[in-house]
Ligand binder design. Structure first.
Ligand code: MG
Length: 441
C-alpha cells in the first residue's frame, strides 16, 4: 500500500499551488503552535450561601489570576449545606490554588480522589460547584455559552414539565388546567403529595407520643387507590394531547410500586418516577418484566454504581440524577453519553433547591445532547432574579438560556447577603407509618 509522508503532502500542495493560486495562500498560521501564554491560575475557591426564595442555595465562586475573571457553580445541598461549605472553603480552596483553570477534567479527577473516600453527597456537591465554575470560566474565555462548548444546540429551547396537584380529583383537574394554560404540554400529576401524607388518617404513633408532633404520616393504601384514578380522570378530561408524569417518590413497597406501574400503563404515562429507593434498584428487573410503562430514576443517586447498570441493562428510560449530587456537569455529560447508546433519555432533577446557576447547567446540557428527554420547569421569584442576574427564563413551557459567555448567570454578592439561610437546619422531615415506623424516601 502506498503511504504519504507530511513532506510528500507538502510537495503535493506546492505542485497544486502552481496549478491553482487558491492553494498558494499562507497556511503557516494554521500549523503554527498556539502562542504559549501563561496558564490561567486558580487564586481562590469559596462557597457563597444565600436563600432569596427561602431555600438554602450554595454557589461556588472560583477566582483566577486574570483580574475580574471568575466562574460560578452550583453546589446546593439544601439539607446539609454547611458541610459543603466546609468542603469547599477548607479543602477545595487550598487544593485548587495555583492550578491551571483550563484543565477541568484533570482538576475534577484529582479533586475527586483528594479525599480518598468519595461518591458521597457532600463532597459531590463541593466538586460540582468547582466543576461548573470552571466550565463557566472556560465559556467566558472562549466568548461562548457553555452549550456551544458542548457541541452546540440540538433543539431551539428546553421542553419542560410542570407540577399539578390537589387534595382530590377536582383540585387536580383545576391545577392541570392552570398548568396547561401556561403553555405546558408535559404535566406531572399528584394527588395528596408524595405517597399521600394528606390522604392519611389516624396517625396512631402521635396519639401514643412516639416521635415528634411535627413528624409526618403516610398510609400507602389511599395513595395506591387514588393514583390510577387520577390518571383516568385527567386522561378523560384532557384527552391524549398532554403527556402525564408521576413521581412515586420511593416510599411504597416494591411490589406495590410494580403493581402501580402496571395499573397505569393503559393511560400512557410519559414516565413514572423513582418507583424504588436507591437501596432497592435490584427490583427494576422484575418491574421491567411486568410492564412497558416508561421509568425515570435517579434523583437520589450519588455513585456511578447506581446508574451504570440501570442504563447499560436498559432497565430505565430516563436518567434523572441531580447534577450537583453526582459531581457536576463533567459527570452529567458522561452519563448522557453513556445513556445515548442505550436510548435512555435525560430528565435532570430541577427542583427549587437548585441554584439558578445549576438550572442553567441543566439547560445548557439539555440543549446540547441528542438524547434529551424532558426538564423540570423552574420559577424564580423576583428576589432570586435580582440576586442572580441572567436566570434561565420560561416561555410557553420551554426554558431558555441567554447567549452570554459561560452560564450567562451572575451573582450579586452584596444582595445575596441580604437573604441569609432560614433559622431551622432544613432537615428532610421524618415520615412514618401508622405505628411510627420510619419510611425511607
Ligand atoms: Mg422526584
Amino acid at each position: 500500500m502506498k503511504t504519504f509522508s507530511l513532506g510528500a503532502t507538502a510537495g503535493a500542495l506546492g505542485c497544486l499551488a502552481k496549478l491553482n493560486p487558491l492553494f498558494a495562500q499562507d497556511n503557516t498560521a494554521a500549523t503554527k503552535p498556539a502562542k504559549n501564554s501563561a496558564p490561567l491560575k486558580i487564586t481562590k475557591v469559596r462557597a457563597i450561601l444565600t436563600a432569596p426564595q427561602n431555600i438554602r442555595l450554595l454557589v461556588v465562586k472560583v477566582e483566577t489570576s486574570e483580574p475580574g475573571l471568575y466562574g460560578l457553580g452550583c453546589g446546593t445541598f439544601q439539607q446539609r449545606p454547611l458541610p459543603v461549605k466546609t468542603a469547599v472553603d477548607e479543602y477545595l480552596d487550598p487544593f485548587c490554588r495555583g492550578r491551571d483553570a483550563d484543565n477541568i477534567e484533570d482538576i475534577w479527577q484529582t479533586a475527586y480522589t483528594s479525599s480518598y473516600w468519595r461518591n458521597g453527597p457532600v463532597l459531590n456537591n463541593a466538586l460540582s460547584g468547582l466543576d461548573q465554575a470552571l466550565w463557566d470560566i472556560k465559556g467566558k474565555r472562549a466568548g461562548l455559552p457553555v452549550y456551544q462548548l458542548l457541541g452546540g444546540k440540538c433543539r431551539f429551547a428546553v421542553d419542560c414539565y410542570s407540577h399539578a396537584s390537589g387534595r382530590d380529583l377536582q383540585q387536580l383537574e383545576d391545577s392541570v388546567a392552570r398548568i396547561q394554560g401556561q403553555g405546558f404540554r408535559h404535566i406531572r400529576i399528584q394527588v395528596g403529595a408524595y405517597g399521600s401524607p394528606q390522604l392519611s388518617k389516624d396517625p396512631h404513633f402521635k396519639e401514643a407520643g412516639f416521635g415528634l408532633p411535627s413528624d409526618s404520616h403516610m398510609d400507602p393504601r389511599p395513595y395506591l387507590k387514588i393514583t390510577p384514578k387520577a390518571f383516568e380522570h385527567v386522561r378523560n378530561k384532557f384527552g391524549d394531547e398532554i403527556e402525564l408524569l408521576h413521581d412515586i417518590h420511593e416510599r411504597i413497597e416494591p411490589m406495590d410500586a410494580i403493581n402501580l406501574c402496571k395499573e397505569v400503563e393503559k393511560y400512557r404515562p410519559f414516565f413514572m418516577e423513582d418507583p424504588f429507593s436507591p437501596e432497592q434498584i435490584g427490583y427494576f428487573k422484575q418491574l421491567r418484566q411486568q410492564c412497558a410503562t416508561p421509568l425515570a430514576m435517579g434523583e437520589l443517586f450519588n455513585s456511578p454504581h447506581e446508574w451504570v447498570g440501570l442504563i447499560s441493562e436498559r432497565l430505565i428510560d430516563f436518567i434523572r440524577v441531580h447534577i450537583s449530587q453526582v459531581g457536576g456537569l463533567s459527570v452529567a455529560r458522561k452519563i448522557a453519553t453513556l445513556a445515548e447508546w442505550f436510548q435512555v433519555r435525560s430528565a435532570w432533577h430541577g427542583p427549587g433547591d437548585v441554584s439558578p446557576v445549576g438550572h442553567a447547567a441543566n439547560a445548557h446540557l439539555d440543549l446540547a445532547i441528542p438524547n434529551f428527554g424532558i426538564q423540570e420547569a423552574v420559577r424564580f421569584t423576583q428576589a432570586t432574579q435580582d440576586v442572580f442576574p441572567g436566570c434561565p427564563a420560561m416561555k410557553n413551557g420551554y426554558m431558555h438560556v441567554n447567549e452570554a459567555p459561560g452560564w450567562g448567570v451572575d451573582l450579586n454578592e452584596e444582595l445575596a447577603k441580604k437573604f441569609p439561610y432560614p433559622a431551622d437546619p432544613g432537615y428532610w422531615r421524618p415520615v412514618r407509618r401508622k405505628d411510627g415506623t420510619s419510611i425511607r424516601p
